[in-house]
Design a protein around this ligand. Structure first.
Ligand code: ZN
Length: 237
């Protein structure tokens, strides 16, 4: 009996405790985009991804959704996935436990209210984690996703050109990589236009990871009108 309980606990806890920063499947690259939706730049990112047959995972902070709520549905309708980036975009380790859990759950609910999608992955703002953040990730039923390659448009490449960022990104080992960039930044469409042909020339799959993995919990409701009470019930489940 003790073994059964222990195994169940490990099975439940390990996926959340181990931060995912690389894919399991060789030959794939996962493109992730944080901090949208941006009314101007997110559609440009979506157009470039479409033109190369690429798919992305968009980590959305709840407080950004009112800027362009329709874009969340467009992201999913165009074959991409959504992840939780918290609600307030504050560094999660600075929050007390109750506020930390509330920030993650409010972020998930904001995405659900627009799309009917219940997020499965959490990317903590700034990649900032600690023990309580890992515990809250598990507590809210998420898995933690970090990254292994970074375009750094909000970091040390703040002044860089798209060509410099593309060159930097292509210097990473990109097989199984999880790439971080930001769809609210004007330079990213141009970076993608330069990087995506190189990834395809290297026979790396820039769509399969989004198509193959269960990025969302449960089914998405697109054709059914979801009542507010139903949303509350499903979110609190
Ligand atoms: Zn962010």
């Amino acid at each position: 009996m003790v073994h059964v309980v222990f195994r169940a606990l490990v099975k439940r806890c390990i996926p959340a405790v181990v931060a995912m920063d690389r894919l399991r499947a060789h030959g794939q690259v996962l493109l992730t985009f944080d901090d949208g939706p941006d009314p101007e730049h997110t559609p440009r990112v979506l157009d470039v991804l479409d033109s190369f047959g690429a798919r992305g995972l968009f980590f959305v902070p709840g407080l950004r959704i009112p800027r362009a709520p329709h874009l969340l549905r467009e992201i999913v309708d165009r074959g991409h996935a959504l992840g939780n980036h918290g609600y307030s975009h504050r560094p999660l380790p600075t929050l007390r436990w109750a506020d930390l859990v509330a920030d993650i759950e409010t972020g998930r609910r904001a995405i659900f209210d627009e799309t009917g999608i219940r997020t499965r992955f959490l990317r903590p703002p700034f990649g900032a984690t600690n023990g309580p953040v890992l515990a809250a990730t598990w507590h809210t039923g998420h898995r933690l996703m970090l990254w292994s390659a970074d375009t750094m448009e909000y970091g040390r490449h703040r002044q860089a050109t798209a060509a410099m960022m593309a060159s930097h990104l292509l210097s990473y080992r990109l097989d199984r990589a999880i790439v971080l960039s930001h769809d609210d930044h004007p330079v990213i469409p141009d970076v993608l236009r330069q990087v995506l042909p190189a990834l395809r020339a290297a026979n790396l799959d820039v769509a399969g990871a989004v198509g193959a993995l269960p990025w969302h919990l449960g089914a998405r409701s697109t054709s059914t009108v979801v009542e507010a009470g139903d949303v509350r019930d499903r979110i609190s489940a």
